[in-house]
Design a protein around this ligand. Structure first.
Ligand code: XMP
Length: 326
């Protein structure tokens, strides 16, 4: 029978059997999935696990600090932080195709993990300290939507499934591969993770890189970060965090429209709000947010974010629209 206790016990046993006395690293993204996967693996193999947080420059405002503090405080896990903004942004330069972006980000993640692995081995010095395993918080829907399920077309290459390079040097440990998000949250609760982690809204591994329609660069990322922070602030202030599944904020960097702001004409970019409700992200409906909340978000974004002169609301369900725009 399916109980979280059984799932935890079985996963812990399976992880111990798979990893043995070797060492593993786990990429933390700040999201629920990687946090729960890491906590499970830590329960199974203790300090044979090192978590690696890759700051790829595609995170939202304040997010890196949060991962570094909250998760370590909650679990006491060993954490290695890798600053990789330049590396990711130069790999993404000039690329606007969504799948290409996803593949590049997936590949760079792995390359950074390999480098972290080499550094850890060098630090440990001794033989038999090999880091052979990479833990990932891959969920069942990630597998299905990346075309890994039976008979399903590839919708998007999730950064941790279809986005992986072929020449990967790790064996993968994916304890959540058969679970849905709500089950992952229950497992996280069972493992004693705090509410701020367990109830976090989903955020994709490729981060804001797939929320800029068009080329990704630092200036656009900074702009999107500001808009996203405002939307999140207002949604939280309105007490809506638990009502919505997630609310991607998207910058249409390749689209411009005419506006009138301050002294005159502007020719700026639109920001899209994509609030959705969902059970498992396989299907979703657009959230009927209160108009006053939407209005506050729109006013603040157009007033406070440079180069944005329009805010639009995405009222498409999934299907036909996916949750993320890319
Ligand atoms: P879509 O856009 O396919 O998204 O409707 C479904 C859910 O998955 C998240 N998502 C990702 N999560 N790596 C992740 O960890 C990815 O590459 C990725 N792509 C989409 C998305 O935020 C939504 O919750």
């Amino acid at each position: 029978t399916w109980t979280t206790t059984n799932v935890v016990e079985e996963s812990v046993a399976a992880i111990r059997e798979q990893v043995g006395t070797k060492r593993a690293i786990c990429g933390l993204s700040g999201g629920v999935d990687s946090a729960v996967a890491a906590a499970l693996v830590q329960k199974a193999i203790g300090d044979q696990l090192t978590c690696v947080y890759v700051d790829h420059g595609l995170m939202r405002k304040g997010e890196s600090e949060q991962v570094e503090k909250d998760f370590v405080a909650a679990t006491g896990v060993q954490l290695k932080v890798v600053e990789a903004e330049e590396r990711f942004l130069s790999a993404l330069a000039g690329v606007s195709d969504p799948e290409e972006k996803r593949k590049i980000i997936g590949r760079e993640f792995i390359r950074v993990f390999e480098q972290a692995q080499a550094e850890l081995v060098a630090e440990a010095g001794a033989a038999g300290e090999d880091v052979e395993f990479l833990v990932q918080g891959t969920l069942y829907p990630d597998v299905v939507e990346s075309g890994g399920g039976t008979g399903t077309a590839n919708i998007k290459s999730h950064h941790n499934v279809g986005g992986l390079p072929d020449d990967i040097e790790f064996q993968l440990v994916e304890p959540l591969r058969r679970l849905f998000k709500d089950e992952v949250r229950m497992v996280g609760q069972e493992l004693g993770l705090p509410d701020e982690i367990v109830h976090r809204q989903p955020f994709p591994g490729p981060g804001l890189g797939i929320r800029i329609v068009g080329e990704v660069n630092k200036e656009r990322l900074d702009l999107l970060r500001e808009a996203d922070a405002i939307a999140r602030e207002e949604l939280t202030a309105a007490g809506l965090d638990r009502d919505i599944w997630q609310c991607p904020v998207v910058l249409l960097a390749d689209v411009r429209s005419v506006g009138v702001q301050g002294d005159g004409r502007t020719y700026g970019h639109p920001i899209v709000l994509r609030p959705v409700s969902s059970e498992d992200a396989m299907t979703a409906d657009w959230s009927r947010l209160p108009y006053d909340v939407l209005s506050r978000i729109s006013t603040r974004i157009t007033n406070e974010v440079d180069q944005v002169n329009r805010v639009v609301l995405d009222i498409t369900s999934k299907p036909p629209g996916t949750i993320e725009w890319e």
